[in-house]
Design a protein around this ligand. Structure first.
Ligand SMILES: Cc1cc2nc3c(=O)[nH]c(=O)nc-3n(C[C@H](O)[C@H](O)[C@H](O)COP(=O)(O)OP(=O)(O)OC[C@H]3O[C@@H](n4cnc5c(N)ncnc54)[C@H](O)[C@@H]3O)c2cc1C
Length: 394
């Protein structure tokens, strides 16, 4: 069986690995000319960590952990009012946890498959014809190719989803907030901290990447506008939205790179009732984006990839396999999306009164006594059944 995977990100690379391990031939097309550079940090735990462990890549990730011991909610002078310590975080997650750059994980996944899997960088799909017996796929570089199945692992703005299920607007649920990030030089003698500073309607977060003298600045801002800014408009939009904001904001804005290289997107969930049609299925953000608020997008992308490969091995008839995959993953993702929507409502309060209330709630909740409740709400444990001996890395 040959499977074309559109998208060489977290879900696509994980799926390629597990298909290969289960005797199915994957081919990956990734529209970027090479593996991604730069990016943002992620909290990595639960099912994603479990899948990575089963792939034997944890040792490759460990040396690249972000040097962050606590999450501090700071005032304009940088003093921490509320602190989420590593100990409380451990009690919430109650299992292994890594803070990593997204690109570190992608790099390790790529390394794990690059000798065994065909990956075509700078390539994408432009049309799909499901003949019933196969999928014929037109490629941007020209020509059509036949595969047994197509899996769209091409992220929140999935082209595969658009070709098969229609426009993104049908499935997008905007959470009222936009985000942007880029790296800046550390002019501050930064410690081992991720710091959040919030004013009504806007928040700046900064943390070290682990590269000497480098920080990530992440901007969150409330916005009624769901449409993405063009690359050329991004810096002006950030400057006008964050004008007059306290803390280190003026200096991280002054250190912004060219507008075109700023990462910016809307905070939008993707809710698709069915994740497959005919010989095509979706995985990861393409069908179930939960947004950064869930802190589990990577986990669920890797879980989905693992479960899909497992289903295809168990049932070479794709109809049954896709149904089994959907049934196993859909409720898990929906549950985390619901929780993320609740958290997103209070992420960036719109008023000073809202901010004070948020600070009081944080002060109350970020204690040991609330760890079990937060753990349940997040769904922080692995959802996978214990590993079978034949697939255990030895
Ligand atoms: C600021 C931020 C912070 C986050 N923090 C966390 C966190 O702490 N923990 C966590 O678990 N998750 C976090 N997430 C979410 C997480 O990054 C995503 O859920 C996860 O990356 C989804 O994986 P994916 O493979 O589905 O999509 P992606 O990682 O987006 O990969 C999609 C891939 O498809 C490629 N592609 C796109 N279009 C095409 C096309 N037409 N043709 C070919 N290739 C294409 C892209 O170049 C990319 O390589 C965060 C997200 C953001 C934005």
């Amino acid at each position: 069986m040959r499977v074309l995977i559109c998208g060489g990100g977290i879900a696509g690379l994980t799926l390629a690995y597990w298909l290969r391990r289960r005797g199915i031939e994957p081919v990956v097309v990734e529209h970027a000319p090479h593996g991604r550079l730069g990016g943002y940090g992620i909290d990595f735990f639960g099912t994603g960590y479990d899948v990575a462990d089963r792939m034997g890549i944890i040792d490759r990730l460990m040396p690249h952990r972000l040097p962050v011991d606590s999450v501090d909610f700071v005032d304009a002078s940088g003093r921490a009012g509320v602190r989420l310590t590593g100990e409380i975080l451990n009690k919430i997650i109650r299992g292994p946890h890594l803070a990593l750059m997204h690109t570190t994980l992608e790099g390790a996944l790529l390394e794990a498959i690059q000798d065994d899997v065909e990956i075509r960088f700078g390539e994408t799909i432009t049309a799909v014809r499901d003949t019933g017996a196969a999928v014929e796929i037109d490629l941007a570089s020209g020509g059509a190719q036949r595969f047994d199945l197509l899996v769209g692992a091409d992220g929140i703005h999935s082209k595969t989803r658009e070709l098969i299920f229609g426009p993104e607007a049908r499935y997008a649920r905007y959470l009222g907030c936009r985000l942007a990030s880029y790296s800046v030089p550390d002019r501050y003698g930064w410690g081992r901290v991720r710091a959040h500073y919030t004013e009504p309607g806007r928040q700046v977060i900064a943390y070290p990447t682990g590269k000497s003298g480098e920080l990530i600045a992440l901007f969150l801002f409330k916005s009624p506008h769901e449409t993405s800014a063009s690359r050329a408009e991004r810096l002006d939009l950030l400057r006008s939205t964050f004008r007059g904001m306290g803390w280190i904001t003026p200096s991280v804005l002054a250190d912004a790179p060219a507008s075109e290289s700023i990462f910016m997107d809307t905070m939008t969930q993707i809710t698709l009732p069915i994740w497959h049609r005919g010989r095509v299925a979706l995985v990861g953000d393409a069908c179930g984006c939960m947004t950064m608020v869930s802190a589990q997008g990577v986990s669920m992308a890797m879980a989905g990839a693992y479960v899909l490969a497992e289903a295809l091995e168990a049932d070479r008839d794709h109809v049954g396999a896709f149904a089994r995959y959907h049934e196993r993953m859909h409720t898990q993702v929906r549950r985390r999306q619901r929780t993320a929507r609740v958290f997103a409502r209070s992420l960036v309060p719109g008023t000073w009164a809202g901010l004070i209330a948020q600070s009081l709630v944080n002060r109350l909740v970020m204690r040991e006594a609330f760890a079990p409740m937060l753990r349940r709400q997040f769904g922080a444990g692995s959802i996978l059944a214990p590993q079978t001996a034949d697939l255990r890395k030895g």
